[in-house]
Ligand binder design. Sequence first.
Ligand SMILES: Nc1nc2c(ncn2[C@@H]2O[C@H](COP(=O)(O)OP(=O)(O)OP(=O)(O)O)[C@@H](O)[C@H]2O)c(=O)[nH]1
Ligand SMILES: [Mg+2]
Length: 443
Amino acid sequence: MVQRYPNKRVVVEDDAKSEPDVVKKAGGSFCCWECGRKLMERYLLVAVETGQDTEKAWKSLEELEELLETAGGEAADGFVQNLSMPNPATYVGSGKADELKDLVEAYEADGILCDDELSPVQLKNLSEILDCKVLDRTMLILDIFAAHAVTKEGKIQVELAQLKYRLSHLRGIGKAMSRLGGGIGTRGPGETKLETDRRAINRKIAKLTEDVKVLKRSRQVTRKRRIGGVRRTAAIVGYTNAGKSTILNRLTNAGVLAEDKLFATLDPTTRLCILPDGEEVFLTDTVGFINKLPHQLIDAFRSTLEEAKYADILIHVVDSASEDAQLHMETVYHTLNELEIKGKPIITVFNKTDLPATDRSLRDIRAEKSVCLSAKNGDGMGALFDIIDEVLREQRIYLKKVISYSEAAEVSRIRKYGQLLSEEYLEDGIHVCAFVPKELGMI
Ligand SMILES: Nc1nc2c(ncn2[C@@H]2O[C@H](COP(=O)(O)OP(=O)(O)OP(=O)(O)O)[C@@H](O)[C@H]2O)c(=O)[nH]1
Ligand SMILES: [Mg+2]
């Protein structure tokens, strides 16, 4: 097993040395009753690497560390073990599992956090061998989503994903679940009690699935009403923390929360954006993607991401300063594919150009057009406006038509949803030349 962060143990500051008498739970994390200082849960990060790409495994582990920090915990150390395949019983090799037990004690860690979704058997065996909390990447991501869900639909979807995870891991893991106790991995928008009754979980899943259907129907109605069938829409997609919300704010003054945090946005926000030539387009900010996004969440967010499915174009935001930008782009396209969002024109935005980049030669061959900009200081935003305008225009059709005076209202529809190039009021009617969205059904 290779150890990445030797001596990473955090030195406890003098004033915090004495164990606090009372610990209270606040906002999902534990705080000292007296000084209010957050007591971080500490984990050993563990990954099994099955190919020969150890560097990739470390990158994934670094991302896992970021996720853990987002959830309010910290990494005590990280380990990668090279195996031909994860051990079906213990994830790491059985000898390494014993070694991990000593390490958990030596680091005084609260538990271990594995970089892959563990099977029920692995979860149960590791909990028994290590006698500490055992978390996996899926539990952690679900926990973060649970903490960030704001709207009713977001909360239901996260609870649904958590229940599905729990159901698939029920067999024989009652003990592992009870060992979780509280804190990271146990937070959820639903009941706080860790439900372990299969029938009760199934009932809850059925009820929540029905609730999601109702909300989905009402969202479809809202979408139809909003776009009136013809107004253009663009969805902003991309890896988490790439700058999607910052870009939406720049384009529309939306005031959406943008934070240096993974999964700051869970619920889609739609705002009207007015392009330089006066045309209006609806922009939707969506949940960020991540490598190894739990399939329970892909299912849960399928309906939220319908905004992207029905959009005319996709704006794909990439953090071009990240050394993993290429990997992030691949993950985004892989996830879009899983969500069956394809065949749309894509504008790729290489964001964060104000930061030093490791790779200035980034390209996105799938994109119709791309642009480099800094959403933070606004450099290059004008070019993005122009490109959106251009791509939308390419999607329109040229219309040359005589409209009878009795149907004069059509001219105002063209003005509203398309671009009226000329209009002439003659004896036989109004002669118009225009670019119109095909959905307007004027041909
Ligand atoms: N330096 C720099 N930072 C940026 C830029 N754009 C966004 N950021 C920062 O990157 C962080 C993430 O931005 P968000 O807009 O929240 O990213 P997001 O893609 O919406 O993230 P999620 O909703 O978590 O998936 C924030 O701290 C932003 O201030 C940029 O052009 N330059
Ligand atoms: Mg966001």
